[in-house]
Structure formats: C-alpha cells, structure tokens
Design a protein around this ligand. Sequence first.
Ligand SMILES: Cc1cc2nc3c(=O)[nH]c(=O)nc-3n(C[C@H](O)[C@H](O)[C@H](O)COP(=O)(O)O)c2cc1C
Length: 175
Amino acid sequence: MAAQRVLVAYGTKNGSTAEIAEWIGEELREQHIEVDVRPAADVHGLGLGPYDAVVLGAGLYAGRWQRDAVRFARRHRQALTRCPVWLFSSGPLDPSATERDLPAAPSVARIVTRLDARGHATFGGRLAEGAQGFVARQILKQGKGDDFRDCEQIRTWAHGIAARLVGTTEQGLPQ
Ligand SMILES: Cc1cc2nc3c(=O)[nH]c(=O)nc-3n(C[C@H](O)[C@H](O)[C@H](O)COP(=O)(O)O)c2cc1C
C-alpha cells in the first residue's frame, strides 16, 4: 500500500505559524506519512494532485487568517473539496486555547464550511520581539508578548489526523 502524502500549508506574518506547521509535519512523519510543509504562497502554480490530504493554517490578524492562507483556500477550492482537509488557526495571546476548544473566528468558520473541512483547531499564538507592525510593537511594549503555543496540544491534534488517514488506508476506503 502506498504511503499517504500530506501537504501542510501555512500563512504567517511573524513566523510562529510556520513552526506550528513544522510540528504538525513532524508528528505526521512519525506516523509514517509523507509530508511537505510549505508556505501557502509558495504552493502557487503547483497542483494539489500529489496529495492525499491537506492541512492548512494561519496566524489570526484582526479576526482573519493571514492573507496567503485565504488566497490558498480560494485558489485551490475545487481540489480542496475533493480531498480530506483539516484547518487550524493560531492566535490567542493568552492561555485560552490550551484551556478549552475555541471556535473558529467567523471568517475562518466560513472557510471551514466552504472547503467542507474535517476539522478545525485554534492554537495559542506567539508575539516576540521584532514582530512587524505598529500594533504588534504596542502589544510588546505593554509586556503582553509571549509564546502561548502548546507543542503537545498541536502534536496530539496532528496525531488524530494521522489516525484518521491511516485508518482510511487500512480499511481500503477510497482516498
Ligand atoms: C496586529 C495583530 C492583530 C492580531 N489579531 C488577532 C486576532 O484577531 N485574534 C487572535 O487570536 N490573535 C490575534 N493576534 C495574535 C496573532 O495571531 C499571533 O501573534 C500569531 O501567533 C501570529 O502568527 P504568525 O507569527 O504566524 O504571523 C494578533 C496579533 C497582532 C500583532
């Protein structure tokens, strides 16, 4: 049986979602899945043909995904509705995302519906020195910048995706 191949694509402004995407990729690889982790903007021109499933996520800015991920979802909509898709957002600069399941922001919930995604998770965010933008600098000045990403939570979520994908293969269901 051929290994499953998964694309993990992400939209980021300040880099923290790129690391989340790498953690997801590492967990999927540990479950014997082939994984490409790429910035959503770099997938332009390439088809999604080689992939059995896609994980797409982005940092939240004013309630919306970073734009590369929004564009990716729009550009590849047809292909994405034909394969299993999981989505994630990274944002809250407080422990809320590790304390409970946070719903998708309304603009992201619309993408979940449009792509008929299998699932969505909200993970904590990170704001570190050097972040771009006036608001980011203000938040940092107020001492509110920190890293609220929970690697274990993220890997557990990715593990669940792997279980669903591997289960699909083992049962010989159409992929
Ligand atoms: C200007 C600005 C707006 C933000 N808006 C939101 C928001 O609406 N919701 C949220 O949960 N987090 C928000 N955040 C936090 C970011 O989503 C968080 O820092 C995230 O980790 C950024 O991802 P990135 O490093 O991949 O760009 C905001 C941060 C900044 C600087």
